[in-house]
Design a protein around this ligand. Structure first.
Ligand code: SAH
Length: 358
């Protein structure tokens, strides 16, 4: 990276201060915020209502993170597009755009290059951890996709590569920038952060009262099984995680989502479901079941549909609301847990269709 400060990661107050350094009045900083976070501008010279001299100064002294589209793949049903995006240092991340029949459009973003959590069923962990993404790199994933798609997302989910709460500051900053009125103004309850279950960071997040939704990846009702599937459970076992979750629910007064990936013959029996229900009893919680999405070379299978329905039935009859996540983009390896750093070789790079700011 250039060493110049990245405006893509700055909020409006910081941009106003930055403008002041260029001897510009505060409203210039607010205009800048609109360009950077509202339009997702790709360059300073497109910021037509700023004086040419200021644009020139910006080009010399500031940076503006712009991820590059290396590949774009769309699922056969047209609902899901997976992007391979390149950061300025050459590292790559994957991001996903999903369109739903009811008009919702959801951007799924990555928070790290790779992931250090090494969950045994997930593709991202296989290649290990690269580095944290900056807030600018996180929000720019949304901009690249919305400019390419020609429409804004209604929802953003932090469920791509990486562990958002292991990159807490950049994640929180990105959530705020996406929600800001000078940014895309995405409703705070339409932004979901998913975590593997880092208990101390869940507590920190509770204190921030950010207001976005939180989803916790549980995947097993007991420590023995969870430690096998989610190694970080050895550091933050279920009892400690549940304490942090209860603290979070108390602080924000909203229900939590627990994600539970269903692995055939591993964690998907009616007995597992009953024990999961017992664990969550009395909590303001909802379970989102994710039938496992295949990852080449991993020793798991997706359970049959009837087994998934049965698991959901056991939860519901114990009073725990449960839904089954609709599978999206498995044919292009864009579904949950299928994202990875390396791209499929041999595909042609695709250019941005609408690279200019709107
Ligand atoms: N690090 C965050 C975000 C990960 S992706 C977290 O752990 O929550 C979002 C969800 O997809 C997580 O619940 C994750 O466990 C799940 N997942 C990972 N691999 C999967 C796979 N192959 N099939 C289905 N879900 C998977």
């Amino acid at each position: 990276m250039s060493g110049r400060p990245d405006l893509r990661g700055m909020d409006v107050d910081e941009l106003v201060r930055w403008a002041a350094e260029l001897r510009q009045p505060p409203y210039r900083g607010r205009q800048l915020a609109r360009w950077v976070h509202g339009h997702g501008a790709r360059a300073f010279d497109g910021m037509t209502d700023l004086p040419a001299s200021m644009r020139q100064q910006l080009a010399q002294r500031a940076a503006l993170t712009c991820l590059r589209v290396l590949h774009r793949t769309t699922s056969a049903d047209g609902s899901t597009t997976k992007y391979l995006l390149q950061c300025e240092d050459g590292s790559t991340v994957e991001s996903v755009w999903m369109r739903y029949a009811d008009g919702r459009r959801s951007a799924c973003v990555s928070t790290q290059v790779g992931c250090a959590m090494a969950c045994t069923f997930c593709a991202t962990g296989l290649a290990g951890f690269g580095r944290n993404l900056t807030a600018g790199e996180i929000t720019d994933q949304v901009h690249v996709m919305r400019l390419d798609q020609g429409e804004d997302p209604t929802h953003v989910v932090f469920m791509g590569m990486g562990e958002p709460l292991a990159n807490l500051d950049a994640t929180v900053r990105a959530v705020r920038l996406l929600n800001a009125p000078y940014g895309l103004g995405i409703g705070i309850r339409r932004i979901t952060v998913s975590t593997v279950g880092l208990a101390p960071q869940i507590r920190r997040l509770a204190k921030l009262r950010l207001g976005c939704k939180l989803a916790v990846s549980l995947h097993a009702p007991d420590d023995d099984l969870r430690s096998q599937l989610v190694p970080i459970n050895r550091r933050y076992p279920i009892a400690e995680l549940m304490d942090a979750c209860r603290e979070y629910v108390e602080a924000v007064g909203r229900r939590l989502t627990f994600e539970y990936v269903l692995l055939d013959g591993v964690n998907d029996s009616p007995d597992h479901a009953a024990r999961l229900a017992a664990l969550l009893r009395g909590m303001l919680a909802h379970v989102n079941l994710i039938p496992w999405n295949p990852v080449p070379n991993l020793p798991y299978r997706r359970p049959r549909a009837e087994r998934v329905r049965q698991f959901a039935r056991v939860l519901r009859s114990a009073g725990i609301p449960a839904t089954v996540r609709v599978e999206r983009g498995t044919d292009i390896l864009a579904a949950c847990g299928q994202l990875r750093e390396a791209h499929t070789p041999g595909r042609r790079p695709v250019r941005l269709a609408a690279a200019g700011a709107r």
